[in-house]
Every structure is written in C-alpha cells, then in structure tokens.
Design a protein. Sequence first.
Length: 253
Amino acid sequence: MRFDSSVVFVTGAGAGIGQATATRLASEGAAVVCLDQNRAAASETAARIEAKGGRAEPVGGDVRSREDLERALATALSQFGRVTHLVNNAGTTTMEGLADLTEEHWDLVLDVNLKGVLLTTQVVAPAIARAGGGAVVNISSIESEIVYSSRGNATPHYNASKGGVKMLTKALAHELAPDRIRVNAVAPGLVETPLLLSLTDRDLAERIAAERLLIKRLARPEEMAAAVAFLLSEDASFITGIQLPVDGGWLVH
C-alpha cells in the first residue's frame, strides 16, 4: 500500500496505459482522479476501481483545455481534499510521413502530447506543492530516442512531441524541485493498447516485436503501470529528471 493516503491525477485514464496505471495505483491505496476526453471511458475505469474497493472519481476533459483541467482539479479537491501525484498519460498520433503531414495533424499531436503535459502540470503542480510535495510521471515513448518506420515512413510529429516530453520532463524536474516535486518519464515501446491496435495490425505489431525486441512479445499496459508506480513511489525518492525506457530491449541495438 505505497500510496495509502495519496491522491493521483491521471490523464488519459479511460483506456490502455492510463487505465492500467489508475487501476494499479488504486490497488496500492491511492484515490484516483480519472480524467479522459471520453467521459464514459473515465467512468468505466473508475467503476473498475470501485468494484475492487478502491476510490476513484471520473472526470471528462481535454488536456488541451486549461478550463477543463482547472475544473477537473476542482473536482479532485472537492472529492479528496488534495492531490499528491500526477500522471501525464494522455496522448495520440496519426501515421502520416513528412510529405502527407498536415498542419492540422501536426497541431493535434503536438498539442495533446506535449502542450497537454505542460498545461496539466501547470494546473496540478501547485496543488501537489500545497500538499507538501509529491511526484509527476510523464508518458513519453522510445520514439523520443529513435525513429522507427513500420510503414516506410516516419511520423515526424509524433517523434517531435515525444522528444519534447523527454526534455520537458528535465525542465519540469528543475522547476519543481523547490516544491519537493520529483518529475520523471516512462518511455514505452510496443504496448498492446487500443491506440496501437487502431493504428497497426496486430500481426504486424507482433512480428515487429519478435524481430526487434529482446523480450519477443508486445508489452502489457500493466507493465508500464508498474514502472509508473515505482517512479511515483518513495522507492524512487532520489530519482528525478530521468526517462526510463520500458521497451523489452528495443534500445539495446
């Protein structure tokens, strides 16, 4: 029960890594604010947590909207009295390469994946500071480190957004250290999530994993959640400003 008496604000909590993270943290004692653009998905995650005896509050909202985030924080404070931890998980992508990439899709991916981390942290971090400090974990990607082309083209907007998350994590660690807030990132590799399977055929994803990874399978969302839980916990009390790859050995060679 590492998070007994903690309150964790999780974005993109309606599915995939966000849902697994919210569920994992609740299982270790945290009350969880489940924010998702899809209010019904956020409610489903909260219901799963409550069915197992945990505490959760679903909130619909867009990480690109400061107003939505402030409303979500107000709900969190009303329900639980404080916020002690933040997981910036919400993310998206499209699959265009340079020649076909539109400004609309560039703006969408950068705004959700990078600006969303900034806005959410700006809104939530002061509440964490008022609670006496805590920790933030951002979800980046191994594509902050490498460019991978499964379809013959890169996704420059996704690489740029996740590379930005990596460096923003370092900057936020510096900025929030005086408030006793640690900031780190988890960089997943190929994870079996609804987003991945909406963009890539399962057989192709499994073939890539078998050919490229040292652990020759797709990761489970719960394995990302375990890494997030570690970095949020006091087990990582002397770790800040780092990006932890959880990639099955992708970056070894």
